[in-house]
Design a protein around this ligand. Sequence first.
Ligand code: FES
Ligand SMILES: [Fe+2]
Length: 353
Amino acid sequence: MWVRNAWYVAGWSHEFAAGRIHARTIIDQPVALYRIGDGGLVALEDRCCHRFAPLSMGRLEGDDLRCMYHGLKFAPDGRCVEIPGQRLIPQSACVRRYPLEVRGSWVWLWMGDVAAADPALIPPSLALDDPAWRLKAGHLDYAAHYLLIDDNLLDLSHLSFAHEKTLGQDMPQWADERPRMAPLERGLRVQRWIADHPPRGFMKKKLGERVDVWNAYDFVFPGVFLQRTSFHAAGTADRSAGAAPVDPPLFHRIDEQAVTPISARGSRYFYAAGARADDIDPERLDRLFAVTETAFGEDKALIEAQQKLIDLEPGRRMLPTSFDAGPTRFRKLVDDLLVADGAPPAGVRSASP
Ligand code: FES
Ligand SMILES: [Fe+2]
């Protein structure tokens, strides 16, 4: 079951080159995206209303899209404007058009009722070419349900173990200490200090032997992860009394990610990572990004293996621990969204969503 009334990331804007039709699947719905003459993007149902051939196998004709099975032609609003050899075009000859917004560098599609599409629900993300930041981006495909990836991002205790040689190196606090959490309209805000951390590599040269790290992120349905991690002089965590840092950071890292459900066992994970442009040069950004991508490979290996084991015994219950507050709260929120959509809830503790 899917939450339909939500914005989903279809891709990075730069993926959608002009002159081509791009096929994507989001919550089991096939979508064809293409650019019209003014550079704007259009998203239509990727299923011709005649006999259901994919429009992504069709042909662009100016701003229109022609199905290359029997030749029906569709305008960017989804209306059929030509049926070869037939004068009368019935009103029902149309395909669905999805509301689309480009924000930052992500292309967002609204998969539910058109009248309910509210762009104000789209969480704010950075553009990859924002001059204040130096960022690199990519994506990864998972053979797993999106909620398992969400669970992972809502419980960073795994950094101390799954990423003990990458993102969680010398950071036992990820597992040993619990973050503070606050509700957002469609998500959670998670914040924590990692005090007295020994940085490595270029970070050590730049920051010294010991720093306090403030990690804060907003996590919004369906899996939008907007994280800021700032590195501070040792002692800042104490001076800030566990709350947001009172002093400006020595180094500021940014991570922005979005999980898009494709099918019950397929998800796409979009990510960007970087730092303030003044803090990092392109070569160091390459290194930071390489470590980050290695860590994402660690997550993918674990989560895909986890999905296989879940599917061996779908009814089996997982063991709750105090790590799981974030995933549990978020799954409750997903259930609320499903119910608001008129769908049955998935069940907060269900191992096999
Ligand atoms: S299936 Fe598209 S024109 Fe027939
Ligand atoms: Fe991870």
